[in-house]
Write a protein that binds this ligand. Structure first.
Ligand SMILES: *[C@@H]1O[C@H](CO)[C@@H](O)[C@H](O)[C@H]1NC(C)=O
Length: 359
C-alpha cells in the first residue's frame, strides 16, 4: 500500500516535472528574444566590448531605488577612483574606474534591470547586453528587507540568461542528423528521465541528439544547455544599512554565503567588500620586466583567470606581438626555476614576472 502510494506520488512528481519542463522550455524560448542582440539601433554588445578596454574588469551594480546603491557607488568611486565619471551609454554611467591591487576595475551602474527591462525595448535591451558582459555583479540590498528584493532581482537576471554563482551544467549535448535521442545518465536523476528530456528537446524541434547527464540535472539545466546563450557570472550580495541592525543580527548576516554587510553612508566595511570583489574576480597580475631592468611592479598586465597563457598576455599588450614572440623568461609560482624559459602555451599565475624575447 505504502509502496503503491509512493509510486503514485513518484509518478505524479515525474508527471509534474514533465509538464513543468515543457513550460519552462516555452518560456525560455520567449525570453531568448531579449538576450539576442538586435542589429542596428538600440545598442548591441559591441559597445560593451569597447568599454572593457578601459579596465581590466567590469563590476555591475544592481539594486532597487533607495537601497543606497548610488551612495555606495559614489563613495566607493570617490575613495578609490582615479578616473572621473563618464557616461557610458545613454542610460548607464561608469561612476568610476577604481584601481585596486594594481588592476583597473570599472564600477558600472545598471539601472532599469528591475524597472521593466523585461519588455525588451530599447533601454532594457541595452542594459541587459551590458549586464551580460560584467565580470562580477553586486546586488545591493537593504538589510532590513533583503529577501524580497533579492528574489526579484535574481529572477530578472535569470530571465536575461545570467546565472549567478553557478557553474555551467554538466550535460553533454550534441545535435545530430539522425539516430533519434540518445539519452544517457551517468548518475541517478531526481527530476529528468528520457521522456521529459525528449519532450523538452521536441519543443526545440530537436529529434536527433546525444544527451549525457553527468550530474543530477534539472529541466532548467537542460534548457540552459540547449539555449546555449547563458553567461555564468559571480555575484556578491551587498547588505547595506547595517547601522540600523543589532550586533546579533550582524553576526548572523556575516555567515550568509556571498554576503557582505556594509554601510555605504558611513563607509563601513569597504575594505572587506573590495577584498571579496577581488577574490570573486579571480584576476591574475603579471609584471613585465624589460631586459636588463627591474620588473615594473606598479602597473601589472591583468588577465582574467582561465586565460593566462603567455599568448593571452601578449594579446593583451598588442594583437601583433605574438608574431614576433620567440620565447619568454618567467619568474614566479608558475615555474620551477627562476627564471624559466617558456613557450607561448605556458600558463602564468598571479604575480609572475615575465620578460619577452623577440625573434
Ligand atoms: C550515445 O551517446 C554516447 C555519449 O555521447 C556516445 O558515446 C554513444 O556513442 C552514443 N550512441 C549512439 C548509438 O549514438
Amino acid at each position: 500500500n505504502t509502496l503503491f502510494a509512493q509510486m503514485a506520488r513518484t509518478q505524479r512528481n515525474k508527471a509534474t516535472a514533465h509538464h513543468l519542463g515543457l513550460l519552462k522550455a516555452r518560456l525560455a524560448k520567449l525570453r531568448r528574444e531579449l538576450i539576442t542582440p538586435k542589429g542596428g539601433s538600440g545598442g548591441g554588445t559591441g559597445e560593451g566590448f569597447d568599454v572593457a578596454k578601459t579596465g581590466d574588469a567590469r563590476v555591475g551594480f544592481v539594486g532597487f531605488p533607495s537601497v543606497g546603491k548610488s551612495t555606495l557607488l559614489s563613495n566607493l568611486a570617490g575613495v578609490y577612483s582615479e578616473v572621473a565619471a563618464y557616461e557610458f551609454t545613454t542610460l548607464t554611467t561608469v561612476p568610476g574606474v577604481i584601481r585596486y591591487k594594481g588592476a583597473k576595475i570599472q564600477l558600472l551602474d545598471l539601472p532599469g534591470i528591475i524597472e521593466g527591462a523585461k519588455d525588451g525595448k530599447g533601454r532594457g535591451r541595452q542594459v541587459i547586453a551590458v549586464a551580460r558582459t560584467c565580470n562580477l555583479i553586486l546586488i545591493v540590498l537593504d538589510v532590513l528587507k533583503p529577501l524580497v528584493h533579492k528574489k526579484l532581482i535574481e529572477h530578472e537576471l535569470e530571465g536575461f540568461g545570467i546565472r549567478l554563482n553557478k557553474q555551467p551544467p554538466n550535460i553533454g549535448f550534441k545535435k545530430k542528423d539522425k539516430g533519434g535521442i540518445n539519452f544517457t545518465a551517468t548518475c541517478a536523476q531526481t527530476e529528468l528521465d528520457a521522456e521529459t528530456v525528449k519532450s523538452i528537446l521536441a519543443e526545440y524541434k530537436i529529434h536527433n541528439a546525444d544527451i549525457t547527464l553527468r550530474s543530477d540535472s534539472t529541466a532548467d539545466d537542460l534548457i540552459d544547455v540547449v539555449e546555449g546563450n547563458r553567461v555564468y557570472i559571480p555575484c556578491i550580495y551587498v547588505l547595506n544599512k547595517i547601522d540600523q541592525i543589532s550586533i546579533e543580527e550582524l553576526d548572523i548576516i556575516y555567515k550568509v554565503p556571498h554576503c557582505v554587510p556594509i554601510s555605504a553612508h558611513h563607509r563601513w566595511n569597504f575594505d572587506d567588500l573590495l577584498e571579496r570583489m577581488w577574490d570573486y574576480l579571480q584576476l591574475v597580475r603579471i609584471y613585465t620586466k624589460p631586459k636588463g631592468q627591474l620588473p615594473d611592479y606598479t602597473s601589472p598586465v591583468v588577465l582574467p583567470d582561465g586565460r593566462t597563457a603567455v599568448e593571452d598576455f601578449c594579446l593583451k599588450i598588442h594583437k601583433n606581438l605574438i608574431k614576433e614572440f620567440k620565447y619568454a623568461l618567467v619568474w614566479g609560482s608558475s615555474v620551477k626555476h627562476n627564471p624559466q624559459k617558456v613557450g607561448k602555451d605556458h600558463v602564468l599565475e598571479d604575480e609572475d614576472v615575465i620578460q619577452l624575447v623577440k625573434k
